[in-house]
Design a protein around this ligand. Structure first.
Ligand code: ZN
Ligand code: ZN
Length: 376
């Protein structure tokens, strides 16, 4: 063996020249690089493993605590979680090449898994193997989210109300749907703080309690976007948090417009009832006497002075007896079966055998076919 003239800094043995000339680029320190093989392996650990690992899992939802927060991992069982946590925690020496490893979990009891980890790798052209056993303790806790849900925590309430009426089933059903959709969309982005705490019916409408003010505001905005009306917000101081900051709860009061699409209203302007098509912005619809379009002035907005006569769903099919002229037709009164002469709106098909009519305190009126919202 040719000697390099260098000596092992630990034992003083001369180092073979081929050793010195070899490259161990990964070697941690220069001193380590200079050690003779014997001294090097003496102190060598292929694997750096913690004595034990604790995995905090939420017993309610299965989330695990990682770093400083709870994360949903969607694990089927905790063994998979334990394996993953152990692999994260294990370190393999930087000098090792061609590392392979396997983990055999041994379930000791319900909350303890012993991980037998077998590693092999090539270090200084030598195959090195090592087995470490890491006990994993599963501690079952309640995550922040589940704790809050269990404690009926909420940060904002959306009050769904309507002006001079109670919200319709369609409106409250949609409000529930919007709440769920909003929370689901936020959950999909990994937001664990989003949930609906409670949905409660009251005499005047619906109260939706949600976990953050942001969700409350989103629900209120979406409802108004779809159904018209408006909302405002008010804060109530509920407590101080651990840092002494004031914690507010925000109530979003949604006021849906007094009329809804499909309503037939009397504006008391002598031009006949209007079938409401839209109440977003200002009320829009059609005269049942002529078929002309009606649109409330900007000042009246979605709440012109009007009385509700009924809805288009109250209309009944009856016989179109005859067309008198451009402005009048004869139909059978669906209640009395007497022939009545009534206004002829432009949407009436003069060749039809039957028409749908609404009988109200304003008289008999022909209503257009199809949904009022579907009309242009
Ligand atoms: Zn040595
Ligand atoms: Zn949980």
């Amino acid at each position: 063996m040719t000697e390099s003239g260098e000596f092992c800094p630990r034992c003083g043995d001369p180092i073979a020249v081929d050793r010195e000339q070899r490259q161990y680029p990964g070697a941690a320190t220069r001193r380590e690089r200079k050690l003779c093989d014997s001294c090097y392996f003496d102190r060598f650990d292929l694997v750096d493993a913690p004595d034990r690992i604790e995995v905090r899992v939420c017993a309610q939802c299965g989330a695990i605590h990682r770093g400083k927060r709870w994360v949903d991992v969607g694990a089927q069982d905790y063994t998979d979680v334990a394996i993953e946590e152990v692999s994260e925690a294990l370190g393999v020496h930087v000098d090792a090449r061609d590392v392979s490893w396997q983990v055999d979990p041994e379930q000791v009891d319900q909350n303890t898994i012993r991980m037998h980890c077998h590693f092999s790798g090539v270090v200084r052209d030598t195959l090195v193997e090592e087995t470490v056993t890491v006990p994993v303790k599963i501690s079952r806790e309640t995550c922040t989210r589940c704790g809050r849900i269990a404690g009926d925590y909420y940060a904002s309430t959306v009050q769904v109300r309507a002006v001079d009426r109670v919200p319709t089933a369609e409106e409250t059903d949609r409000a529930r749907e919007i709440a769920t959709e909003t929370v689901e969309a936020m959950e999909a982005t990994g937001d664990r703080d989003a949930f609906v705490t409670d949905v409660g019916e009251t005499d005047g409408g619906l109260n939706i309690k949600v976990s953050t003010t942001n969700i409350g505001k989103k629900i209120a905005s979406k409802l108004v976007e779809e159904f018209g009306g408006d909302f405002d917000d008010s804060e109530t101081l509920v407590t101080e948090d651990e840092d002494g900051d004031e914690v507010y709860r925000v109530t979003y009061s949604v006021r849906l417009p007094p009329f809804t699409p499909g309503d037939v209203v009397d504006l008391d302007d002598g031009e006949g009832p209007v079938l409401v098509r839209s109440v977003r912005g200002n009320l829009k619809g059609r005269r049942l006497t002529t078929g002309e379009q009606y649109e409330a002035s900007p000042e009246d907005g979605d709440a012109p002075d009007a009385r509700k006569l009924g809805t288009v769903d109250d209309a009944e099919e009856t016989t179109l007896v005859s067309v008198e002229d451009e402005h009048a037709v004869q139909v059978l009164d669906p209640e009395t079966y007497q022939t009545k002469t009534i206004s002829r709106p432009d949407y009436l098909d003069p060749d039809a055998d039957t028409v749908r009519v609404l009988k109200s305190r304003a008289g008999l009126h022909v209503v257009p076919d199809g949904s009022p919202r579907g009309e242009a």
